[in-house]
Design a protein around this ligand. Structure first.
Ligand code: SAT
Ligand code: MN
Length: 591
């Protein structure tokens, strides 16, 4: 009885905190109706029915894709817009050279004018959500207000949304405020603003993915990275995967790759037939919150409960788990259609597109049938490799952290950092060729430290300092590795088969962590020798393997110069330890 009464009081208190904010937003945006999301199946089916009636969703072939729907975004609203994404801190230096910055009062004023009256004729949805297992002390909550029912549907899949989240917010009294409106979907009137000091987000003019599902990149990375620094943990753009070896031991690895570089594939990897006895369990495919545990190890939770993954390229060969997973109860965005109303995308070997992602008759002259950044939204529990430990309140212990990017040359298949401090330099030096996940030119190499360039909510220099501090606290820090699945030969052909075969590289790392695998020291860290990798049943020539495991001193000297130049923009705030590590690499490379 007492508990129920206490809960009521807490809920009342919360209602006041959240209601006051909702009321403020109501006055500004002037919606016709307000809907408080409760979560649960019935709410999702009501919303789906509503979107089907309005034509914003369409049902896909129920025989082959039961419970699946297609949404099409505006053709100019198909990816994150980094040039319109801002961190609004009182001091510009706190946002750092890695972010676009706007003074908070100016940003609020600008957004207020955009939001004014923008929900007339629309429904305002209030979505209370929890990032992370609902009962985990490591989880954090937020409330998103949006006028897009498509966003609500996605948030119901991607987060633990509804009543239980509201009850937790009531208990804690704190939540991240996210205000979103699709506005007129006008790229000229589109801004994604973050106010880390106020724990709030304001997003206007886009209905797409990371711009609009505010729990994801906006909260779980940009705002959470700030919260994490204050509270002593790390919010990272990393997948979390459990690897069980044939002896039955499971080790967890967290890996940071830029958007659309195969995080979802690695998180759901299928062991190759030549590696019998291995099993893979997915904890997360995009974001990891890492906490130093009382046992001196690093522990991770996945704040999300679903996947918002890239569709093109998914097929039974590249990722059978994902292929199976998205055959039911999946929301597709911007894929093409076959004549019998099945979703279609580039990389599928059967079926053929007749309608493209914009709803036009398919004509190859218009480009790909599915948008290269078309996405699936699906509950994590639909993944055949889903790990039940995804719900563990304390998270899973991390044995290795892996950085990686898409690079034609320079970076070898894998190398191991000498220690945590060197590992922070390895992460800070990451670079990758750009992909379709963000608006802009594809295939240009850019620096993307820790894969967080678009997502770190504060100055990178302070962020690296924070990494160093967290590492210094760990009695048993995970090993730190760098991988590159995308190395090519002179003809532009990939040298490494990738996908399931990446397990061979992960096996080497885990064996290193357990002190069982050999390696050779190089100027940039420890590399496996050819005999240290399990290559049984794999068709990679000795020459290719040698190329994959080589460090070209001339290219690396150039790389060090570029990294030094990149880091120099952080000036006096850059931790001295990073420069010292870079000097040491340069010295080892010789002249
Ligand atoms: O930012 S999104 O959530 O749209 C996808 C991504 O870039 O990883
Ligand atoms: Mn991502």
């Amino acid at each position: 009885m007492a508990t129920a009464a206490q809960a009521m009081t807490a809920l009342d208190r919360l209602s006041r905190a959240v209601s006051a904010w909702v009321d403020e937003v109501r006055q500004l945006t002037q919606p016709d109706r307000i809907h408080w999301c409760e979560g649960g199946e019935a709410e999702a089916s009501d919303l789906t029915a509503q979107l089907l009636r309005s034509g914003e969703l369409q049902t896909l072939d129920a025989t082959h894709f039961p419970g699946c729907h297609l949404a099409r975004s505006a053709p100019n609203d198909v990816a994150r817009v980094e040039h319109l994404t801002y961190i609004c801190t009182r001091s510009r230096d706190d946002a750092g050279p890695n972010n676009h910055w706007m003074e908070p009062a100016a940003a609020h004023a600008k957004m207020r004018e955009l939001f004014r009256g923008c929900m007339r004729g629309r429904t305002l949805y209030v979505i209370p959500y929890c990032m992370g297992p609902i009962d985990s002390p490591l989880s954090r909550c937020g409330v998103e207000i949006t006028d897009s029912p498509y966003v609500v549907l996605n948030m119901l899949i991607m987060t633990r949304a509804g009543r239980p989240a509201l009850a937790r917010i009531a208990r804690e009294g704190a939540f991240v405020r996210g205000l979103h409106s699709v506005g007129e979907l006008d790229p000229e009137r589109r801004f994604i603003m973050h106010f880390p000091e106020e724990l709030s987000i304001e997003s206007f003019g886009s209905g797409y993915g990371g711009n609009a599902l505010l729990g994801k990149k906006c909260h779980a990375l940009r705002i959470a990275s700030w919260q994490a620094r204050t509270e002593g943990w790390l919010a990272e753009h990393m997948l979390i995967v459990g690897l069980q070896n044939p002896q039955g031991e499971t080790h967890y690895v967290a890996c940071a790759f830029p958007s659309a570089c195969g995080k979802t594939n690695l998180a759901m990897l299928i062991p190759p037939q030549s590696m019998p006895g291995w099993r893979v369990f997915t904890v997360g495919d995009d974001i990891a919150w890492l906490h130093p545990g009382s046992d001196g190890r690093l522990w991770a939770i996945n704040p999300e409960s679903g996947y918002f993954g890239v569709v093109p390229g998914t097929n039974p060969q590249t990722n059978r788990n994902a292929y199976e997973m998205i055959r039911r109860d999946t929301l597709f965005t911007n894929v093409a259609l076959t004549a019998d109303n099945q979703p279609w995308w580039e990389g599928l070997t059967d079926g053929k597109p007749v309608i493209d992602w914009q709803g036009r008759p398919y004509d190859p002259a218009n480009g790909p049938a599915a948008h290269p950044n078309s996405r699936f939204t699906v509950s994590a529990r639909r993944n055949p490799a889903w790990s039940p430990h995804s719900e563990d309140a304390r998270g899973v212990p991390i044995s290795a952290l892996v950085f990686g990017g898409r690079r034609r040359e320079v970076a070898p298949l894998v190398y191991e950092a000498r220690n945590w401090q060197h590992g922070v330099l390895v992460g800070a030096s990451m670079a990758s060729e750009t992909t379709a996940a963000a608006t802009g030119k594809v295939g240009v190499t850019r620096r993307d430290p820790m894969a967080m360039q678009p997502f770190c909510g504060y100055n990178f220099a302070d962020y690296w300092q924070h990494w160093l501090k967290v590492g210094a606290q760990l009695q048993h820090p995970p090993g730190i590795y760098n991988v590159n699945w995308f190395r090519r030969d002179a003809q532009g052909k990939f040298l490494w088969p990738g996908y399931g075969e990446n397990l061979r590289v992960l096996e080497w790392m885990l064996d290193r962590c357990a002190g069982r695998a050999g390696a050779v020291e190089s100027a940039i860290g420890w590399l496996p020798r050819a005999q240290d990798l399990d290559m049984s049943g794999l068709d990679v020539s000795a020459g290719s393997l040698q190329a994959l495991l080589s460090v070209d001193p001339a290219l690396w000297r150039k790389e060090v110069t570029e990294v030094r130049q990149y880091l120099s923009q952080y000036g006096a705030r850059l931790p001295a330890a990073l420069n010292a590590e870079l000097d040491a690499v340069e010295k080892r490379l010789g002249v």
